[in-house]
Write a protein of this length. Sequence first.
Length: 320
Amino acid sequence: MNQVPDHQPLFGKVALIGVGLIGSSLARALHRHGLAGEIVGHARTEEGCVRLLELELCDSAHSDPAEAVQDADLVILCVPVSANADLAEAMAPGLKRGAIVSDVGSVKQAVIRDVDPFLPEGVHFIPGHPIAGTEHSGPEAGFAELFENRYVILTPPPGADEEALEKLSRLWQACGSTVEVMDPAHHDKVLAITSHLPHLIAYTIVGTAANLEESERREVVKYSASGFRDFTRIAASDPIMWRDIFLNNREAVLEMLQRFSEDITALQRAIRWGEGETLESLFRHTREIRRGVVELGQAGTFDPREPEKASTAEPIRKED
Ligand code: NAP
């Protein structure tokens, strides 16, 4: 935390409600780039607050959400999606007029539904989602580089304050991200296919392997480098976070799942009837898509907590 900051503070006081992987990465990035005059953290327990101070993530920490947001210019909810409503209600009395409230939740329509009704007049709500993460959780797991070269999607409601949107965008850009503005329903649909369905598939495959006979299961682990390993990393993602994502993006996930089921049935038929051309043509097409991901610089990179993995072809950061 002793690096010389490379920016002037964009906000006087920033309150981070929930300082786990994302909240602590943000705290570290804000410190590194000098983007906040003061950082306040919220943890549910006194021990949690002490831990945030020990890790030097915040200047002060509070277990009462209303106290944490007192006089804050920017408040960012960084908790599991299902916790947003209670926290928004609890922090509302402490919000000052003119404050910007944002979040980092992986679904956007549900967050707007849950948070917006509690926000007092004169508070600007600009929901957001950094498309960056790892399978680790908690305040120790974060790192300042997490958002570098990653997209952050902001989903301002109609008529949102332009200045607030601009200021929040500048904060994320200063953390190294590219900001995109999107309609919340579109966000949820896009993320259902790019993130939510892949996680569901990983959870399913690893679950299927776990149900195999003991001897086969041992071999799955032993020979996991052949593809299974990548699924196990995704399937190690936080159970609460992912429970909330599926329950709060139900429609979009079910629609994508339906399309996926149809496509997998077509592949099943191609394998059954020996239609090699069908398989080869799909695999060539998907290889092109991978090239596009790499060219966009979104293939995953360096996690400073696991530097030994940086030189392998294994992406460590993942898009959540
Ligand atoms: P995390 O590491 O588990 O941290 C979440 C923090 O929220 C915890 O440190 C916990 O703090 C607090 N919390 C948990 N349950 C709570 C509750 N019921 N009420 C109040 N506070 C609670 O999770 P994360 O990965 O940072 O995820 C946070 C948000 O970011 C989620 O909404 C997720 O959808 C989104 N997101 C995650 C990723 C990713 O890859 N992980 C990527 C992009 C967006 P205390 O225990 O100290 O109170």
